[in-house]
Design a protein around this ligand. Structure first.
Ligand code: HEC
Length: 104
């Protein structure tokens, strides 16, 4: 009996850990860690950053007009004052671009 309780607990711990890891890998988590300093937590940069660096809100028509490939290139190679964002796998870039495109 105790053994069974223990394995149920182990399973619960493993499941919650898996949940955390999946979250840490999501586009949203990557965005918050790697992009939100400049692009703002909701895709709208703070007025100071917007003015200083020329960051447009994710909702701007010129940003909405960009293709996935163009956004991926901006993250990988940088664009204007945006430096290439280091330390991301291709999968993370794909997820973060998808997340960025979902911001209004
Ligand atoms: C150091 C600040 C900074 C960080 C960090 C940053 N960006 Fe940017 N980003 C900028 C600036 C500044 C621009 C405007 C570049 C320009 O057009 O001159 C920009 C532009 C963009 C554009 C539009 C590119 C285009 O072709 O007009 C996209 C898409 C973008 N960023 C996505 C991201 C994503 C996704 C991340 C995180 C992985 C990120 N950025 C991290 C500063 C940053």
């Amino acid at each position: 009996m105790t053994k069974m309780v223990r394995s149920v607990l182990m399973f619960a711990v493993a499941a919650s850990l898996a949940g955390t890891l999946a979250f840490a890998d999501s586009g949203e988590a990557t965005y918050k860690a790697k992009c939100s300093t400049c692009h703002g937590s909701t895709g709208t940069p703070s007025p100071g950053i917007a003015k200083m660096m020329g960051v447009k809100p994710a909702s701007d028509p010129s940003i909405k007009a960009l293709s996935v490939a163009e956004m991926t290139a901006a993250v990988k190679n940088g664009k204007g004052k945006m430096k290439p964002v280091a330390g991301l796998t291709d999968a993370q870039i794909k997820d973060v671009v998808t997340y960025f495109r979902s911001l209004k």
